[in-house]
Design a protein around this ligand. Structure first.
Ligand code: TXA
Ligand code: MG
Length: 349
């Protein structure tokens, strides 16, 4: 299969989006930008379209997909029941980086939900995504547009790296804004439960609903034999080829430990890398240090995380040491992805 790249910055946007929508309607696969990461879209109401997504990504078929909608009214076509507090969350955060899980209606095929009786629904704010969904006239099932296990794509080139020849088309809308996947909240129970942290933080949910819980799988490794609520959490996501270790503590102590470790590993011939920030960069001696962003602008760290992990892969880095990024609106989401990438390998100093 030849993968066609339609670049939206080069004009004729409407025509390109119409073309992509036709591919979706015909049961094909289109990668498209959202405000979080690039998604790999197919018709959410066709069982065989979802099967194509799983095949292209190499994704386990019990890992359900998020149905993306462009209008609030569509949620009632997919969800069998919507609690009042979920309505308030939609008022506050839709369109935007929030996914809600509801009991599903029969119209949603089991192929889309990995056999679950619930369906995850999200209304993205990215204009291209919304135009594509409207033009397709169906909800679009879309996981992140990466090969299963690789970091999610934040530019069209990442999608091409992973899926060239495996999908029909890529809508290239430039770099995404947020860089980490949406917050997922279980709305099938009595109170909101965060299944995956994202840029809509627990605090922001609490402000709207008054209460919020966090599923243990969102913060700790899932124990063997336990079926997590979001099946995706049991897989080793966002994994770079290198071993990644997070070092946490006071800035100077972290730099000192990482300098010691990189010196040791490099002496043994291991290719090392360091993830640091504008504020801390000067403290590192390792030749291959990458500035992920600025501590004063946490959103830059979120936006660059996956691209930095991909760069280390390209350079065949074997051992990566990273600072940690707790606190603030994005801290929980950044650390969730970083810890998973590290297989929860952390050193406290
Ligand atoms: O920001 C995002 O959410 C991006 C963009 C493309 O919209 N999409 C995304 O999809 O991150 P994906 O497939 O990479 O991650 C979806 C996660 C998986 O961990 C999956 O297990 C969980 O959502 N999920 C989907 N449906 C679910 C359901 N019915 N119940 C519980 N978890 C569900
Ligand atoms: Mg994903």
């Amino acid at each position: 299969m030849r993968t066609e790249v339609l670049c939206l910055r080069e004009g004729q946007e409407e025509e390109k989006i119409r073309k992509a929508a036709e591919i979706i309607r015909a049961g094909g696969l289109v990668a498209f930008p959202t405000e979080t990461v690039y998604g790999l879209g197919a018709d959410a109401l066709r069982e065989e379209a979802a099967a194509k997504i799983y095949a292209a990504k190499g994704r386990p078929s019990d890992n359900p997909l998020i149905a993306h909608i462009a209008d609030r009214s569509s949620v009632y076509e997919l969800a069998a029941s919507v609690p009042d507090w979920a309505e308030r969350l939609m008022d506050a955060f839709w369109p935007g980086p929030l996914t809600l899980v509801f009991p599903k209606k029969a119209i949603v095929p089991d192929g889309t939900t990995g056999g679950l009786r619930t369906v995850a629904v999200r209304m993205p704010s990215h204009e291209t995504a919304r135009k594509l969904i409207r033009a397709a006239g169906v909800p679009i099932a879309a996981p992140s547009a990466n090969t299963s296990g690789r970091p999610s794509p934040t530019i069209a080139l990442h999608v091409l790296e992973d899926l060239n020849g495996k999908i029909d088309c890529i809508l290239d809308g430039g770099e995404v804004g947020i860089g980490l996947e949406s917050t997922i909240i279980d709305a099938a129970g009595a109170v909101p439960v965060i299944l995956r942290p994202g840029s809509v933080s627990a605090e922001m949910v609490r402000e709207v609903v008054g209460t919020v819980e966090t599923d243990p799988g969102a913060e700790h490794p899932v124990k063997a034999g336990v079926q997590p609520k979001a099946p995706g959490m049991k897989y080793r996501h966002y994994a770079p080829k290198a071993k990644l270790v997070i070092v946490t503590g006071r800035d100077e102590a972290v730099a000192e430990r990482i300098n010691g470790l990189t010196a040791e590993y490099e002496a043994a011939g291991t290719l090392c890398g360091v993830i640091c920030t504008e504020e801390t960069e000067a403290g590192y001696r390792c030749g291959n240090k990458k500035v992920i962003g600025s501590r004063r602008h946490q959103e830059t760290v979120a936006r660059n995380l996956y691209a930095v992990l991909r760069q280390f892969d390209e350079e065949d880095t074997e051992m990566i040491f990273s600072e940690s990024f707790d606190g603030g609106q994005l801290g929980q989401a950044i650390m969730n992805r970083l810890k998973k990438a590290a297989g929860y390998h952390m050193i406290r100093v």
